[in-house]
Design a protein around this ligand. Structure first.
Ligand code: TRP
Ligand code: ZN
Length: 892
């Protein structure tokens, strides 16, 4: 709990650790109600330390300290002082062994940090600062140590005992107990330590690395889940092979373990050779898992595996460098997913996430650079900015340098820094040194927060056959950063004529031609304003800008609706083609938001009809093109968010599209309802996405025909994608009987599969019908709910507050009050989760006044609670703070 005034940690205060820990020996005695941890740390003074004192400061949190000794000499209470989360030992030698005995109680640990119990197993989560919940330590990533870990527990309760590295010894301990000893030869920071003890089944496979070494692969799960491991295992092997081929990275130990845990704050954790996964990110089988679920498992398994090099072998110097490992690893997993499935679809999904969630973060009170300069609680900085914008920054380096130089740069980075704890700047320097390019201006992407706005103005002169394009950039102020410098922004572009992309003769800051026929260029925008001249342009072109979403910026160009239709038909870049459709729909929706009687532009209907009839379009891309921009995206674009008007407009347009295009929807629905055995392949996934998009539109009509088809699909589907699509459509319909029957039968059928029950909760929490808050409150009393399980909390409370604007934002403010109540209750046991749930309230300033006032009141009510965690305190106080710089700039 919070000590009086939580203090911020600053990047500028970084100094190297005063001591190093060469070896760490840990001994865990696991007993019901109390686990004893004995540690022996082989320490020495750091030659690189800046100070010259002889005192030692250790981190620890909620520990019962039973004994301390230096070189076998017990310490008395005169020798050390414990103050909050720090222990200072007044004087220590140059080199010594520190012994510590602590007692902890994993059974009572609901924060899911440190050592805790999930159902029947013990497990750990140490990133970022969880290790200090286990024992006193230098709990910072630049202290790297070689670990030997001995675990002793009851054999019947915990037949499986795991830690990092290799199993080196095991034996009986008497009284039905046994022990195992693990040794990890690679020095690592404490955040990568892991331990698991429990009664688990094992799914096995092997992998032969590129140099011919054999690696044993194991996935540990609760016995009932052994039938859901194949997909994760296949994904792991694909990721291992891909990292060898694309990055030249080989796995470095003889064993790689994954453990599935049901209570987990995040997706998964890359602990050295012992990855721990949220069950939702590892278990999959067709009957219980949707296509999105299969893809998520593949992506997360790959992400955690890729961390072995980008994160573990080369780690972070301090937590301000978090994006060094996360941004790079997200970029790597995105490249992998693109190679495994549809690259265009993956790019559209990632750009959508960035434009909705990340742009909103960057425009709010918690905006921070990819490399932040200050934090109160580091857990609050596992954000879309660090992860997704950080990945975009790496992607821009890839775009600017080209694949070959980028690979040279990453090879140099891994070779130069193997075994080290380094900074984002070290990464950029490796890219610079390998490519010979100056990335000075580019570095601003790491230090400057906010989403740049790029405006493009085109002008065609038919007489001279010249097309000029003026590009301007501007970045709005963010907290603590009133003024911004111009960034280096790679803009991929083409000019589209009546028959497609035109060959380009261009003068200006062109980085590269990216298509062999010279129809596409990457332009480096460096100045606040820059002009490009294209020559020999034979017709008035439509510019295709920011192709492939080449930079995380908002690009503004005044397209008219005919030009957008042209791009929808002819653009050879899948992302831009999709984006043109989105822009057209946004224009129509914005008119409806402003005035519900506005006429719906028939050009949108024509465009939809045209793409629905275009059999050359990839079904997966078509499904995305037929989905209207989300309420979240429309909110992001609004100057003042009126959630009810946005919802009403989007419903109105959806209903209209459903009705006027019903024949075309029926055709798509029928054409893509085939019955091959389920495969999570890109082709099948695209077909199902398209069919279920058609189903959603048709169900708005609620005709007997479609209701019948939907019920039929719900009852007979052999896979969760089709089951869930039909279930969700029924739950959102007004066909009361069918609705009630579906809710009941779904639960009856799947009540013994926790991950499916979560889907059942989530669909109900996301239901757009009135009265959903009452349903959510009822479901919180249902036996299927568990207020300590993060997946259940996300399925019910998270889905209601972040994916159900119409109900969450009811004008009476009950939605906000509900969320604040949940956050206050949760903060006492799990601050990380409580803090994450605050996100929708932090955006209060962007809403219309009625909503904003009510949201701010709830933040104030949370702030008034005593004993808030650092996590919640930081987010609430920053959300309520007035930023004088921003207020002033807005007034100007
Ligand atoms: N490093 C993990 C990842 O990106 C993130 C993570 C897992 C995490 N569990 C956590 C971060 C708990 C903070 C707290 O894969
Ligand atoms: Zn990660």
């Amino acid at each position: 709990m919070r000590d009086a005034q939580p203090r911020a940690t600053l990047l500028q205060d970084y100094s190297p650790p005063a001591y190093l820990i060469d070896r760490t020996e840990l001994h865990f005695l696991i007993e019901p109600g109390a686990t004893t941890v004995r540690s022996r740390l082989h320490m020495r003074r750091n030659p690189a330390a800046t100070g010259d004192g002889t005192s030692l400061v250790l981190d620890g949190c909620n520990l019962r300290t039973l004994a301390l000794a230096i070189d076998e000499r017990p310490l008395t209470t005169d020798d050390y002082l414990i103050d909050g989360e720090q222990m200072t030992i007044a004087s220590v030698p140059e080199r010594f062994a520190l012994e510590v005995v602590t007692e902890i109680e994993p059974e009572k640990n609901r924060s899911l940090e440190g050592l805790y119990r999930s159902r029947t197993m013990y497990c750990t989560q140490c990133e970022a600062e969880g290790f200090r919940h286990i024992t006193w330590f230098l709990d910072r990533p630049d202290v790297m140590s070689v670990y030997t870990v001995t675990i002793e527990a009851d054999r019947a309760q915990c037949p499986v005992l795991l830690s990092n590295g290799n199993l080196v010894a095991q034996g009986e301990a008497g009284g039905g107990r046994h022990w195992a000893r693990w040794e990890d030869p690679f020095p690592k920071p404490s955040y990568l330590f892991a331990l698991v003890a429990g009664d688990l089944d094992r799914f096995d496979d092997r992998f032969t690395t590129c140099s011919g070494r054999e690696v044993s692969l194991h996935i540990y799960v609760e016995p009932q889940d052994l039938d859901k491991c194949q997909h994760a295992m296949d994904s792991l092997k694909r990721a291992m092979r891909w990292d060898e081929k694309v990055y030249g990275r080989e796995y470095d130990l003889d064993i790689f373990n994954i453990v599935a845990v049901d209570d987990f704050n995040m997706g998964a954790m890359e602990n050295k050779s012992l990855n721990i996964f949220n069950t939702s990110c590892v278990l999959a089988k067709p009957e219980t898992t949707t296509d999105a679920g299969f893809q998520r498992v593949e992506a997360v398994v790959a992400h955690e595996y890729f961390h072995n090099w980008s994160g573990n072998r080369v780690t972070c110097r301090d937590w301000f460098q978090l994006s060094l490992k996360e941004g790079f690893t997200v970029f790597r997993d995105a490249q992998f997913s693109a190679d495994m499935g549809s690259a265009t679809v993956k790019r559209i999904e990632d750009a959508t996430l960035l434009r909705t969630v990340q742009f909103a973060e960057d425009a709010g009170p918690l905006a921070h650079p990819v490399r932040p300069e200050s934090y109160i609680e580091i857990s609050n900085f596992y954000t879309v900015t660090i992860y997704e914008k950080g990945a975009e920054v790496v992607r821009m380096l890839h775009t600017l340098l080209g694949a070959e130089d980028f690979r040279r740069g990453s090879d140099l980075y891994f070779a130069r820094h193997d075994g080290q704890a380094v900074t984002c700047d070290d990464f950029v320097r490796a890219m610079e040194d390998a490519s010979g390019r100056d990335l000075g201006q580019f570095r601003r992407w790491y230090s400057q927060a906010g989403t740049p706005q790029v405006t493009a103005i085109g002008n065609y002169d038919a007489d001279t056959r010249r097309y000029s394009l003026t590009l301007r950039q501007h970045c709005p102020p963010t907290p603590g950063q009133p003024h911004k410098e111009p960034l280096l922004i790679p803009i991929r572009l083409a000019l589209i004529g009546a028959a497609g992309a035109l060959p380009l003769n261009v003068r200006g800051s062109v980085v590269d031609f990216t298509a062999p026929d010279r129809t596409e260029v990457v332009v480096a925008l460096r100045e606040a304003e820059q002009r490009l001249e294209f020559e020999n342009v034979t017709e008035a072109p439509v510019p295709s800008l920011l192709r492939g979403f080449s930079a995380p910026v908002k690009l503004q160009h005044d397209y008219d609706r005919d030009q957008l239709q042209t791009l929808m038909r002819l653009d050879s870049d899948g992302f831009s083609r999709w984006d043109a459709g989105q822009q057209l729909a946004v224009q129509v929706l914005q008119a409806l938001i402003a005035d519900e009687a506005a006429a719906i532009d028939p050009r949108l209907i024509d465009a939809y009809r045209a793409i629905m009839a275009d059999d050359s379009l990839d079904p997966a891309l078509l499904a995305l093109m037929l989905a209207l921009p989300s309420e979240a995206y429309l909110s992001e674009l609004a100057t003042r968010i009126d959630p009810l008007a946005i919802h009403r407009a989007r419903e109105q347009l959806s209903d209209h599209l459903a009705a006027v295009l019903s024949d075309a929807w029926w055709r798509l629905y029928r054409d893509h309802s085939h019955s091959e055995p389920y495969q999570p392949s890109a082709t099948q996934i695209g077909g199902r996405a398209l069919k279920n998009t058609a189903l959603q539109y048709l169900m708005r009509l609620e005709t007997p025909d479609i209701l019948h088809c939907c019920e039929q699909q719900f009852q007979t589907a052999d896979n969760m994608t089709d089951t869930l699509a039909a279930f969700s459509a029924l739950v959102n319909s007004s066909a009361e009987e069918a609705r009630a029957a579906a809710l009941d039968s779904f639960y009856q059928r799947w009540q013994h599969e926790p991950l499916v029950v979560n889907l059942w909760l989530q669909v109900q929490a996301g239901c757009r019908r009135p009265g959903t808050l009452a349903t959510v409150l009822e479901l919180m009393q249902h036996p299927a709910f568990d207020r300590h399980n993060p997946n259940k909390l996300r399925a019910l409370i998270g889905a209601f507050c972040s994916q159900n604007a119409i109900n969450f934002h009811q004008p009476d403010g009950q939605g906000y009050r509900f969320l604040a109540d949940q956050i206050i209750a949760l903060d006492a046991s799990n601050p990380q989760m409580a803090s994450r749930f605050l996100t929708p309230l932090t955006r209060w300033r962007r809403y219309i006044p009625q909503a904003a006032t009510l949201m701010r009141e709830e933040l104030g009510r949370i702030m008034a609670e005593s004993g808030l965690s650092r996590d919640v305190y930081e987010v609430v106080s920053k959300s309520l703070a007035e930023d004088p710089d921003i207020e002033r700039r807005k007034a100007e």
